[in-house]
Design a protein around this ligand. Structure first.
Ligand code: BDR
Ligand code: CA
Length: 340
């Protein structure tokens, strides 16, 4: 059997972060070394409590949770509680976890884990599903530790799809554009990252991943306990999507980053030099030089096409611990596909 893949999940939970964590924690091929939290959807002090709640549901309080940066590098902090609810988990009310408490020092945890990985050669991947402030600090303070990095999958940005915070900008990059730019620049300039590219799961692909009420009902039928957690969190998210976009259902961005990490065949894209605008009207926009105007080496792999049914089969089968082949026909039917 292959060894498990070591990952650290950098997040801002967040409804879709919660779903992403649930997927990661249900996936036996992952060894989740820790969860680092950054300010984003909710302040970091709220995010760490939510991360612990999710670990408790999943019976994984052995995984440490680290609190990270509490404000963006330069911009005033703006949360996304209008999207995720005041607690960050929609309408879900779940008690504070007291058995274990969050630790301080997300950036130091990332640095020491990656530095150790660089020494042993047992590399670690990062799945980043919040603003990139922790990672930018890591690049600033401990650039050498990136020798221990395997993959960086980043949920953020957009290529042809419109923004969700402005006509052109996606929330994670918009919330801290200087951090996002710094991380993209690290993949341009740091020798340890010369051969690597950020794997950008942006809105082009995540908008294809819609949890509809039908799909959610199916989840509830198959497992009322998990179904209720997902329903209680996503009710608020579905209301937001209806009011904001006229969508019946909700776009679940962050779980696609985990799913793509697990199965790279779920998305397709191309490589190009990419940076992030830090000022003006287009602040936070990911700028992808697909036409190679700037003659710079690619630092990013931009995912543009997704397999929504493949994603849902993976997501449901992992959360429910069921055979994907058993779930596929009903999921295809509920997603409007042809049942073969
Ligand atoms: C991203 O922003 C956050 O609100 C979500 O959790 C996701 O990471 C989508 O733009
Ligand atoms: Ca997030």
């Amino acid at each position: 059997m292959n060894a498990k893949q070591k990952v650290i999940i950098d997040c801002d939970p967040g409804i879709d972060d919660a779903l992403a964590l649930m997927l990661a924690l249900s996936s036996p091929e992952l060894d989740v070394l820790g969860i680092t939290v950054v300010c984003g959807n909710v302040p970091a002090k709220t995010g760490v409590e939510n991360a612990l709640r999710i670990l408790k549901w999943m019976g994984r309080l052995d995984i440490p949770v680290y609190s990270g940066e509490t404000k963006p590098l330069e911009r005033p902090y703006e949360d996304a509680t209008e999207t995720h609810g005041g607690t960050g988990l929609g309408n879900l009310r779940y008690p504070t976890v007291t058995e274990v408490r969050p630790r301080e020092g997300a950036v130091e945890f990332l640095a020491s884990s990656l530095s150790e990985a660089a020494k042993t050669g047992d590399l670690i991947s990062i799945i980043a599903i919040g603003p990139m402030t922790n990672l930018a600090r890591l690049a600033e303070l401990h650039p050498e530790c990136f020798a221990g990095l395997n993959r960086l999958v980043s949920m953020g940005g957009n290529y042809h799809s419109h923004g969700n915070c402005s006509p052109v900008a996606e929330y994670n990059y918009w919330c801290d554009p200087h951090a996002a730019r710094a991380v993209f620049e690290a993949f341009e300039t740091l020798p340890a990252l010369a051969e690597k590219e950020i794997q950008m799961i942006g809105l082009d692909v995540t908008r294809q991943i819609v949890l509809t009420p039908n799909l959610r009902d199916y989840l509830c039928r198959l497992n009322p306990w998990i179904g209720a957690l997902v329903r209680d969190m996503t009710d608020f998210y579905m209301d937001f999507h209806w009011q904001q976009e006229g969508l019946i259902g909700c776009v679940i961005n962050d779980p696609l980053a985990v799913a793509y990490f697990l199965d790279p065949d779920l998305c397709r894209g191309f490589s190009a030099y990419t940076t992030v605008e830090t000022e003006g009207l287009c602040i936070g926009q990911s700028v992808v030089d697909a036409e190679h105007f700037w003659k710079k080496a690619p630092n990013c792999h931009i995912l543009t096409e997704a397999d929504p049914l493949g994603f849902m089969v993976l997501f449901f089968s992992r959360l429910l611990k069921k055979d994907p082949l058993e779930l596929r026909p009903m999921l295809a039917r509920l997603m409007g596909g042809i049942v073969k």
